[in-house]
Design a protein around this ligand. Sequence first.
Ligand SMILES: C[S@@+](CC[C@H](N)C(=O)[O-])C[C@H]1O[C@@H](n2cnc3c(N)ncnc32)[C@H](O)[C@@H]1O
Length: 189
Amino acid sequence: MEFLYFLLLLIAGIISVVAIVISVVFIYLTVNAGFMNTSPSVPSSGKVRDALISDVAARLEKSTESLTVMDLGSGWGTLLLPLAHRFPQHKFVGIEYSRLPYAVSCLRAHKLANMRFLRQDFFKTDISSADIIFLFLLPSTMQKLADKCHNELKKGTLIYANRFKLPSTEPAQTISLGSDYYTYYIYEM
Ligand SMILES: C[S@@+](CC[C@H](N)C(=O)[O-])C[C@H]1O[C@@H](n2cnc3c(N)ncnc32)[C@H](O)[C@@H]1O
């Protein structure tokens, strides 16, 4: 009886240790960009995700030249991958610092010649070739990013900012699909 009790305790202990190790590894892989005081890997979702994708798709459809679409902090590839599948004539670049979302995005982009994911800090990335940019980042990051966008982006580049505004910049359009939570902003450089 005592042996059985000991065995159950041992099994429970082993399961707890494994669960803790898996959680720590998962947190390390997903939120390590968060340790740099930036946004967690929460994807754009629901009606805002769909509206962002269909708005950009409409622009890509109309364009006769090949455009470059970037997502700064591309997470799991939620916004870029559906567009890259649909528009092989345009280029898509996702910049993502966190290891797990980056690795999953790369796997999902398998076989897509027009899609690249780079594991980088987007503050160190050259964004001057972008025609369209997606942003879904915390206000503190948007503040830092505003200067980079103004300094590096060419005239006419469109920025789609989900939920949080680009500071000190007037949006060309504010699209509200309900509350602030369901709002995105379009900026034209
Ligand atoms: C809120 S998620 C948005 C994901 C995706 N853009 C979307 O809309 O579904 C923000 C992502 O930005 C990444 N990120 C934050 N700061 C970054 C930085 N300086 N360089 C690269 N990635 C960063 C985070 O790791 C996170 O995955």
